[in-house]
Design a protein around this ligand. Structure first.
Ligand SMILES: NC(=O)c1ccc[n+]([C@@H]2O[C@H](COP(=O)([O-])OP(=O)(O)OC[C@H]3O[C@@H](n4cnc5c(N)ncnc54)[C@H](OP(=O)(O)O)[C@@H]3O)[C@@H](O)[C@H]2O)c1
Length: 252
């Protein structure tokens, strides 16, 4: 299989269906809309944001694509992955999997407990692994596809904060590179590592403060910067195992 420069083997083929975990709100919702805008039907996965997911589905359907909202708790990652892919069957073969859902809590070593660790490992690491497994089980032997893991710039420069979160994101970066090799040549597996693109709802000023103090570009990004990076990776036929920072240089 040879791709023209800059053109994904996937780009010219039947587009099929995309799954976006955590696709019902914030960055995940922007990713769902990006994929619908690129001609894919979308499975909008959610955990508790059923209203947000229903709204995203409505927007996608009014834009002329098919979409379905699927609730599944990623703390039970194997069962959730089976459930999400079972729901996707009604739309057709899944060609794109975007693992965007995550938990992002900051506890010090003194504070961490088993619940905190289990939740981060299950949602941030095991769910993308089992979803990738389901993805491969349903992909026809003649089809190509993309898996993109939404990570975090912290995978390149762990700090003192977000101890368990960062460990699970770094582990998923490692999985990204391993699967890029294991699933080639049919599936390209890449990561996008955002920085300050949308502040946590409980800390609205946190990103601006980081921009002023330590982001080299001295500004924050937006969900649109993340979707632009995902679109770039989907268009590429010759990039796999890459983690693309979308961070204003914060990891530097
Ligand atoms: N925002 C940023 O500036 C930034 C920076 C660096 C990296 N990132 C990464 O970008 C991605 C999206 O960021 P975001 O800020 O939009 O995330 P967010 O607001 O923290 O949302 C987390 C998403 O994960 C889902 N989720 C969490 N626990 C779940 C569970 N147990 N079961 C099912 N779904 C669950 C949530 O779904 P429900 O609401 O439906 O439960 C939600 O859609 C994440 O991977 C994040 O780590 C974001």
């Amino acid at each position: 299989m040879q791709s023209e420069a800059g053109v994904s083997a996937f780009a010219g083929a039947e587009r099929g269906v995309a799954i976006v975990t955590g696709g019902g709100r914030r960055v995940g919702a922007a990713i769902s809309m990006l994929l619908a805008g690129r001609g894919l039907d979308v499975v909008v996965h959610y955990g508790s944001s059923s209203g947000g997911a229903a709204g995203v589905v409505r927007d996608i359907v009014s834009a002329g694509r098919r979409a379905v909202a699927v609730g599944a708790d990623l703390r039970d990652p194997c069962r959730a992955a089976e459930h999400v892919f079972a729901a996707a069957r009604d739309l057709g073969p899944v060609r794109v999997l975007i693992n965007s859902a995550s938990v992002f809590e900051d506890l010090s070593l003194e504070q961490v407990d088993e619940r905190h660790c289990d939740e981060h490992v299950s949602v941030n690491l095991l769910a993308p692994i089992f979803l990738s497994q389901q993805f491969m089980r349903q992909l026809d032997s003649g089809s190509c596809g993309h898996i993109i893991n939404v990570l975090d710039w912290r995978v390149h420069r762990p700090g003192a904060d977000h101890l368990v979160y960062t460990a699970t994101r770094s582990a998923l970066a490692s999985v990204t590179k391993s699967l890029a090799q294991q699933l080639a040549p049919r599936v390209q597996v890449n990561g996008v590592a955002p920085g300050a693109v949308l502040p946590p709802e409980d800390r609205p000023g946190w990103h601006q403060q980081r921009a002023a103090e330590r982001i080299p570009l001295r500004r924050t990004g937006s969900p649109g910067d993340v979707t632009a990076a995902i679109g770039f990776l989907l268009d590429s036929g010759f990039i796999t195992g890459e983690v693309l920072n979308v961070s204003g240089g914060e990891e530097l």
